[in-house]
Design a protein around this ligand. Structure first.
Ligand code: FRU
Length: 490
């Protein structure tokens, strides 16, 4: 197969090779994927293909703000160390002249990789979003001559042309399915299921679930898969209003709809709704299966609200979360960092201690580390609150405070160093399980990912803190029995 690279794509490839190479490695996190240069949003086309993980991303190489969407591309063998591949797609055909929006990837029976994505075209007043396909060898891709392969008129009556996007494709036996997000005229965000024999000709099957203004309006970036006996529908709603669940705040959020699915009728019955991450920077996740059968998710480690005010310190902006292994236990989705991270562990420090008042911990200082803390709540009946401070130095500190009476955890980055009045505080339920509360904190320079009680809840945030602020400490109101284990990360 010969690939004809358009001028626009060649221009992006030349630009990113030149400008990306000029960014020092020290300006990037160690284990989180950043764009080669310029802007990154959603993860796209996450897959394992011919022996390596591929992760594409929404990409505008020429600036650190959102622009005409390209697809950036990186590969990895361990999900943590990524090498850049050339930009995979540019908005260079009539069907996607306004942007190659989010989508996904699937391997075809002949061994080629198909990317299914949203092509944006039309005018500002009459936007058209339609699903397109490009097929290639894992580096170069040819857009299908019949794009868009799934135009908005194939939606049922009442759905808008301007909001129809983010197809997530998968293969099942000899058929392909995809879920895509659509907006009904009555302001109802919906996830639609389509079916195909060749990934090119699609028929509508049914609407799987909808927002009905209880959970936002437009839903973006769906993902749909079975896990541990349940069926999960992941969605990223825009414009959530007052919500019955106090954990779900207004604005942009990411939800796991946990339910049951009947593959015969394709009916999805939602049983519960769970906020996927309570942090300030987490959106648009996408999953894939590893060769050993794990369901792994990555998300954009930003949020449309906070990214506007976030400082631009480098020639890149936006990053991915660590890939996380998903499991469902008792109807709840759990997330934990992929186990591959252990190969990136270096120096270990361990301590079991009784904390009362301030407890500096100089041997645990650092900004690149994987820290686990176990509070033996059963043996600490008089502990009223335990505070873990990190990225501390000068006037800066970020804290996690567990409040025993409320059984809640308060994440507070308001003194991290930011000069913006943005979302800085998050409060989540955190109950001791079998008398123990466990926290796992992964620091990678200016980001933090917190996993509470073995991934029952997570908080993902960026901290705009000078690198020299690296102290870690504890403070307990009332004596607390604590175990700490730390591994530095390389
Ligand atoms: C989600 C999103 C998608 C869209 C893409 C555009 O963050 O709005 O719905 O495809 O970003 O970059």
């Amino acid at each position: 197969m010969s690939y004809k690279i358009s001028e626009k794509l060649q221009q992006a490839r030349d630009y990113e090779a030149r400008e990306g190479a000029a960014i020092p490695a020290a300006d990037r996190p160690r284990l989180h994927l950043t764009p080669r240069v310029g802007w990154m949003n959603d993860p796209n086309g996450f897959c394992h293909y011919k022996g390596a993980y591929h992760l594409f991303y929404q990409y505008y190489p020429y600036d650190t703000v959102w622009g005409a969407m390209h697809w950036g591309h990186a590969v990895s063998t361990d999900l943590l160390h990524w090498d850049y591949l050339p930009c995979a797609m540019a908005p260079d055909t009539p069907a996607d002249e306004k942007g190659c929006f989010s989508g996904s990837a699937v391997e075809l029976p002949d061994g080629r990789l198909a990317l299914m994505y949203t092509g944006v075209s039309g005018t500002d007043k009459a936007v058209v979003q339609a699903q397109c396909v490009a097929v290639g060898d894992g580096v170069d891709f040819v857009k299908d001559a019949h794009n868009p392969v799934l135009p908005p008129r194939q939606q049922p009556e009442g759905f808008c042309t301007a909001d129809f996007r983010d197809p997530k494709i998968w293969r099942e036996g000899d058929r392909y399915y995809c879920v895509a997000a659509g907006l009904h005229r009555e302001d109802v965000g919906s996830i639609q299921l389509y079916e195909s024999e060749d990934a090119l000709h699609w028929t509508f099957v049914r609407v799987l679930d909808a927002s009905r203004d209880e959970l936002g309006i437009m839903w973006e970036c769906p993902d749909f898969f079975p896990l541990d006996g349940r069926q999960l529908l992941l969605v990223s709603p825009q414009s959530i209003g007052p919500c019955a669940d106090p954990e779900i705040r207004p604005g942009y959020a990411t939800l796991a709809l946990v339910g049951d699915y009947d593959p015969e009728t394709h009916r999805f019955d939602r049983r519960s709704v769970q906020l996927l991450d309570a942090g300030t920077e987490f959106y648009a996740p996408q999953t894939t299966l590893t060769p050993d059968g794990r369901r792994v998710m990555v998300a954009w480690m930003e949020n449309w609200e906070t990214c506007k005010a976030a400082p631009r310190r480098h020639r890149w902006f936006g990053r991915m979360t660590l890939p996380r292994e998903l499991t469902v236990r008792e109807g709840r989705l759990y997330q934990n960092p992929v186990r591959e991270i252990e190969a990136h562990w270096r120096e270990e420090a361990r301590r079991t201690l009784r904390v009362e008042g301030d407890q500096p911990l100089p041997e645990f200082s650092g900004r690149y580390q994987d820290v686990s803390l176990v509070l033996d709540a059963a043996q600490s009946p008089d502990c009223r609150a335990l505070t873990l401070g990190f990225a501390q130095g000068g006037k800066c500190a970020t804290t996690l405070r567990w409040e025993a009476d409320r059984e809640e955890l308060v994440f507070d980055r308001s003194r991290c160093g930011t000069r913006r009045d943005m979302a800085n505080i998050r409060r989540i339920p955190a109950r001791a399980r079998d008398g123990r509360l466990t926290l796992r904190l992964i620091l990678d320079g200016d980001s933090v990912e917190l996993f509470v009680n073995d991934g029952e809840r997570t908080i993902t945030s960026i901290i705009d803190t000078p690198p020299e602020a690296d102290a870690l400490s504890l403070h307990s109101d009332g004596p607390a029995m604590v175990e700490l284990v730390r591994h530095t990360l390389v």
